[in-house]
Ligand binder design. Structure first.
Ligand code: GP9
Ligand code: MN
Length: 651
């Protein structure tokens, strides 16, 4: 048969108007936009491989399978609207990422301040070549209009209603099943193999994106938000709320009874600098290797400072962000995930917010991507004036993940003395001693780690030695700038090194270690407090923990802690205290309870700290109940945003 020209063109037109063609065009164009976005991210170590493209197509099918179940014009309109919405979403993510190295999330959108803060920079974030991102709209929009309002196609006329309905139902179902297989399948596989735990503890949206791709990332974000904030997940049990209220009423009463006021307000209006050291543990403080001190600068500082020799990190899965949360908010980090990520929009009585109300300039310094651990969002909520992140530092001495701690300290102190008004609160988070501790270049390795050479443990000691020198340099710098005598200076470690190999510690310490020793090694980090006049120097053995930092700083500055929702102890008020760890371990300085993995109280061990041996399990019973209550009160308060609710009720 000879095909004439008009016949050929009408067949082409029919093909172009066929619902499957439209659907494929939609899928391909959005996939291309996702690839364009990925290219634009320049994300370190993250590629968009074949599987990622398969996931992207699967996610698109899941987002759009239902359009098949609409009447023909409805399908075209729905596809066009989806196309425009997805284009807007992907582009918004692209622009947001250029600034924050992060993706938009529901809490970010609800907390408009963060998007607003793009303000002046927005112009610099929109690039001329972005027009290519929208180029398809020149065809898509007119095409959709013609299809919607033009003459009905032959396809529509030719097919019977019944047959079309049948086809549409079938096509939609196929799209749904394919979407599940291509989208959910590979994500499920990753999250149960190499990315295990990702959905229990999303530490960075970019890591989540690496596994799920952009669309599924947004899907998961909406799901998490709804789960945490709407429906049964959003309301606390009234009995729990009562328990929280009773806890804080009691706490306020005991606060007013505090007996030691000697230091209360003695350092009013002093600057406060708190340095949180990455993975700095306590076991090697004051120790030597081959005669060489591991932390010579810290040891020197100890002579004119308070050193807390049983100070505990109280972190959970949120690691660095949990330490920050505990220290600056004085509530327990969550049992799963990071509060920075999960509840960045909830109300807290953060140290920077309290100090800001007192007229302090409040700044946080960390030379890494601002979106990591959702810091950018959380720090706005904590009322820091400014978050100096990676983009604010000159990368003049790269080391490990970003900048060396030496340069980080130098640049941070420089900013403190030139850009920041006094009195100030500066919170600094170091990074050079991050796992796996292999970043210190040869020419900066100053410690002979002897038999540990070439092991991760040896590299860890080397990194700590490096950070210690950086700390020494910072203190020198503060002295030279005349800031040291006007500043309360604190240094503490965020969490353990993740090196759990007992024989290494035994070799290093030269003695055998029992379970209690190991628990203390893994949970103790050093705390050093230098008061402006060097007062009260010495070693303090009573246990303390990260949650105690905020109430203690407030004591020194003469700010009453009474009306705040804090759960830490004030180490200066002379009262007895108990330190509760996230895993339900606790110590009061007399006993130390180690829970077992089955979480049954009697399966755990109760240690007598005077003998370092286990004792009758009942000796820990009352403390255990109190510790469990502490954690429950904290979790309820945070999860249900009760600080906000209590304050609203009292207005
Ligand atoms: C990165 C740093 C590391 O910003 O906080 O976090 P960690 O892996 O230790 O939680
Ligand atoms: Mn850390």
């Amino acid at each position: 048969m000879v095909i004439t020209q008009p016949m050929r063109s009408s067949r082409a037109r029919r093909l172009l108007r066929h619902p499957l063609t439209l659907y494929v065009i939609f899928t391909v164009l959005i996939l291309l936009k996702l690839m364009l976005l990925h290219h634009d991210l320049h994300a370190y170590n993250i590629t968009m491989g074949l599987i990622d493209k398969v996931i992207a197509v699967g996610s698109l099918l899941l987002l759009s399978f239902w359009v098949w179940w609409l009447p023909r014009r409805g399908m075209i309109a729905a596809l066009a609207i989806l196309h425009l919405l997805l284009t807007a979403l992907i582009y918004a993510d692209m622009v947001y990422y250029r600034y924050f190295q992060d993706f938009l999330t529901v809490p970010v959108l609800l907390q408009a301040r963060q998007v607003d803060s793009l303000g002046d920079s927005i112009a610099t974030l929109i690039h001329a070549h972005d027009v290519w991102f929208f180029a398809d709209l020149l065809l898509v929009v007119p095409f959709a209009v013609i299809m919607l309002f033009g003459k009905r196609s032959r396809y529509a006329e030719a097919s019977s209603r019944h047959k079309r309905l049948h086809h549409r139902l079938l096509a939609g179902s196929i799209a749904l099943v394919l979407g599940l297989g291509l989208g959910v399948g590979p994500i499920y596989h990753s999250s149960t193999t190499w990315a295990k735990g990702l959905f229990d503890n999303n530490w960075w949206n970019v890591s989540m994106y690496n596994v799920t791709g952009l669309l599924a990332f947004h899907g998961y974000d909406v799901y998490s938000y709804v789960k945490d904030n709407i429906g049964s997940g959003a309301e606390a049990d009234p009995a729990d709320v009562e328990q929280v209220q009773a806890y804080f009423t009691d706490r306020q009463k005991s606060n007013t009874l505090q007996n030691n006021q000697a230091l209360f307000g003695k350092y009013k209006d002093s600057n406060v600098i708190i340095v949180q050291g990455e993975a700095i543990m306590n076991f090697m403080i004051g120790q030597r290797i081959g005669g060489q001190e591991i932390t010579p600068h810290f040891n020197e500082l100890m002579k004119e400072s308070q050193y807390y020799s049983h100070f505990y990190h109280q972190t959970g899965q949120g690691r660095t962000s949990d330490a920050d949360f505990g220290a600056n908010i004085s509530l327990h980090p969550l049992p799963s995930g990071s509060a920075f990520v999960r509840y960045a929009d909830h109300t807290y009585d953060s140290l920077p917010s309290i100090l800001k109300d007192q007229g302090y300039s409040t700044n946080v310094f960390h030379a890494y991507e601002s979106g990591f651990w959702n810091r950018y969002t959380m720090y706005q909520n904590m009322k820091y004036d400014k978050f100096y992140s990676k983009n604010d530092f000159v990368e003049d001495d790269p080391l490990g993940w970003s900048l060396s701690d030496v340069s980080f300290f130098r640049q941070s102190v420089e900013k403190m003395s030139s850009e920041v008004q006094e009195p100030f609160y500066s919170f600094l988070i170091t990074l050079s001693s991050h796992h796996p501790y292999a970043s210190i270049p040869k020419d900066k390795q100053q410690l002979d780690v002897g038999e540990f050479q070439g092991t991760m443990f040896g590299n860890y000691l080397q990194s700590v030695h490096y950070v210690d020198a950086a700390l020494g340099g910072m203190v020198e710098d503060l002295k030279n700038r005349g800031l040291w005598e006007k500043t309360i200076f604190m240094f503490y470690g965020d969490h353990d090194s993740s090196i759990k190999d007992k024989p290494q510690y035994e070799k290093f310490l030269g003695r055998s270690l029992n379970d209690l020793d190991m628990a203390q090694i893994m949970n103790e980090v050093p705390l050093l407090v230098h008061l402006p006049d060097g007062a009260k120097a010495g070693t303090y053995e009573q246990p303390a923990g990260q949650l105690d930092i905020t109430p203690s700083v407030l004591h020194l500055l003469g700010i009453s802690d009474e009306s705040y929702y804090h759960m830490g102890s004030d180490v200066y008020d002379g009262s007895e205290r108990m330190v509760v760890l996230r895993n339900r371990s606790f110590t009061d300085g007399k006993v130390f309870y180690l829970p077992s993995d089955d979480y049954i109280y009697t399966s755990g061990s109760c240690y007598d700290l005077s003998t370092h041996e286990t004792t009758d399990i009942n000796a820990c019973k009352a403390g255990f109940e109190q510790a469990s209550q502490h954690l429950h009160v904290s979790d309820t308060l945070i999860t249900y945003d009760l600080i906000r609710k209590f304050r609203e009720e009292n207005q």
